[in-house]
Ligand binder design. Structure first.
Ligand SMILES: [Mg+2]
Length: 383
């Protein structure tokens, strides 16, 4: 069985945990509401106003002016993430992180030691609660896709187990947008054909899905049948690392796309650094609203694992790919390939430790500026 473990409102929950004065109030972590940033995380109180992550912060401000807006502290959240991963690693080495707060675990090899997948899921959830005072939602199922849907549906504080024989009955009544990567455009295309549920979708001829979505239609078909062959692959065993986001609404504003690219690059760089890997190649992937896909990549003269270096290349690739008038974007992905072990930062040999530290701080500062604007963040309410 596969576990999908996803922290509830991760960044916002950490802020609430650390500052009791925030409890019970809407908390939004993200870019400056007066700037062009996006919401990185919103707690459930803020979500009750319609705020959700990846929404422009300015819109979140209009929906929930009394919210407390906080700038993200990514390096701190990474430390907390590391603590969560220590808990995961205690139960299995087969952990595939998707982002700072989300991972797949394959426990089939360690069930002898710790009990079955359900027992392991319960122990992990409990341990995160008692040692870190944070809440995780857990989905347990025979494969990745179903496990992820299960953890999502259970949120917040979820714990949902879908046995192999129950997979189809679990998926069938769900709306098609639960299918991985469908996005709003795909949802609307299906809606026009009167296809709303997974049950309806899997009774369509495969040809229709192919006509609507191209090759990717096959994948949809498989998901709708509860099939997903992808294995859980720990980052230390991979040839490339990538993260992607499917937008709720297709995006055409390049500024917003850049903000999303920063967030994706942060995740990829974090995953590289924790395995002490460096990337020689930077890739981006763009799915347009018409389901056409392009990928762009660039090979670097020196492999790197710093967010800053990776981002510079990724942003250039994005700018070049979208230089002309482009179609709205449905999905954006960022990846690091040609991985080598260790840090290979140019000139590093000549830097002493203090200088290196400074370099890291500089990179972080640059990043925050790029993503969230130069002006200081202002709180929408008072703590
Ligand atoms: Mg989460």
């Amino acid at each position: 069985m596969i576990l999908h473990i996803d922290m509830d409102a991760f960044y916002a929950s950490i802020e609430e945990r650390d500052r009791p004065a925030l409890r019970g109030k809407p908390v939004i972590v993200g870019g400056n509401p007066k700037g062009r940033g996006v919401v990185a995380a919103a707690n459930y109180k803020a979500r009750s106003f319609g705020v959700h992550s990846a929404m422009p912060t300015s819109k979140a401000m209009r929906l929930c002016p009394e919210a407390i807006f906080l700038p993200p502290r990514i390096s701190y959240y990474s430390e907390v993430s590391e603590q969560i991963h220590q808990i995961f690693n205690h139960y299995t080495p087969q952990v595939e992180p998707l982002s700072l707060d989300e991972a797949f675990l394959d426990v089939s090899g360690t069930e002898q030691l710790f009990g079955d997948a359900v027992a392991i899921g319960k122990q992990i959830k409990q341990e995160i609660k008692t040692t870190l005072d944070l809440c995780a939602s857990v989905g347990i199922a025979p494969n990745k896709f179903v496990a992820k849907v299960a953890s999502d549906l259970g949120k917040p504080d979820g714990f949902l187990v879908i046995k192999a024989e129950d997979v189809q009955a679990f998926l069938d009544p769900l709306p098609v947008r639960r299918l991985w990567g469908l996005g709003k455009t795909g949802d609307q295309l299906l809606e026009k054909k009167g296809i709303r549920t997974i049950h309806q979708l899997r009774h369509q001829p495969r040809l229709l899905l192919h006509q609507l979505f191209g090759k990717w239609g096959e994948q949809l078909w498989a998901f709708a049948h509860g099939r997903d062959e992808r294995a859980v692959i720990p980052d230390r065993a991979v040839k490339s690392i990538s993260n992607e986001t499917t937008f709720e609404k297709d995006l055409d504003e390049i500024d917003l796309l850049r903000s999303h690219l920063v967030a994706l690059t942060e995740q990829v760089a974090w995953r590289l650094r924790r395995q002490d890997l460096s990337a020689q190649t930077v890739k981006i992937k763009i799915h347009f609203s018409d389901f056409k896909t392009i990928t762009r990549s660039q090979t670097l003269s020196q492999a790197t694992q710093t967010t800053h270096d990776l981002l510079r290349v990724a942003i250039n690739l994005l700018n070049a790919a979208l230089s002309k008038k482009h179609r709205p974007v449905r999905l954006l992905g960022m990846g690091a390939g040609n991985l080598v072990s260790g840090k290979r930062i140019q000139g590093e040999l000549f830097l002493d430790e203090a200088l290196q530290k400074q370099q890291r701080i500089d990179a972080t500062t640059d990043l925050i500026r790029l993503k969230y604007g130069a002006s200081a963040l202002k709180r929408g309410g008072s703590i």
